[in-house]
Design a protein around this ligand. Structure first.
Ligand SMILES: [Zn+2]
Length: 156
């Protein structure tokens, strides 16, 4: 059986969380800050969420977007869900991408989606190039945790 990379995430990998959802830093960021909102338990589809869970998921997404905008000093971001393989979903565990955007971060601002597709489709070359080491990923997660505390989104 294929191991789900999101089910193996630990609580220390979460930089923000609610009861049922968590925010993690993407191991293959297309731009700095690229994060994912995931259900803590294995759920594949947006349609599996109850009304309350959907609200919790979207609220956490917005909170993460707000925090990322503060950290990366911007007011722009992209967010995306790829539902099922036909739409480019590579990991069969629901995840919403959030990418903070800055002026000039890409020649054409709309190119972010193509980059996302390349990474999601497992294009070996691209995927390898953009994949963070465990140490880098842990460091970025720590930075986001500290920022979350600083801006009042996390208490500890
Ligand atoms: Zn999973």
């Amino acid at each position: 059986m294929k191991i789900c990379p999101f089910c193996t995430k630990k609580i220390t990998d979460y930089y923000l969380e609610t009861n049922n959802f968590a925010v993690i830093y993407n191991i293959s960021p297309i731009l700095p800050g690229h994060s994912l909102i995931i259900p803590k338990k294995h759920q594949e589809s947006l349609f599996e969420l109850t009304h309350d869970e959907l609200a919790e998921f979207m609220e956490l997404g917005r909170t993460a977007a707000e925090l990322l905008c503060k950290v990366f000093e911007t007011n722009g971001f992209n967010w995306a869900i790829q539902e099922r393989e036909v739409a480019g979903q590579s990991v069969a565990h629901l995840h919403m991408h959030i990418v903070p955007r800055k002026i000039g971060d890409m020649i054409n601002p709309g190119d972010w989606y193509q980059r996302l597709e390349k990474i999601e489709s497992g294009d070996i070359d691209t995927y390898e190039r953009f994949r963070l080491s465990k140490e880098m990923l842990d460091n970025l997660t720590e930075k986001m945790k500290k920022a979350a505390i600083k801006f009042g989104y996390r208490y500890e």
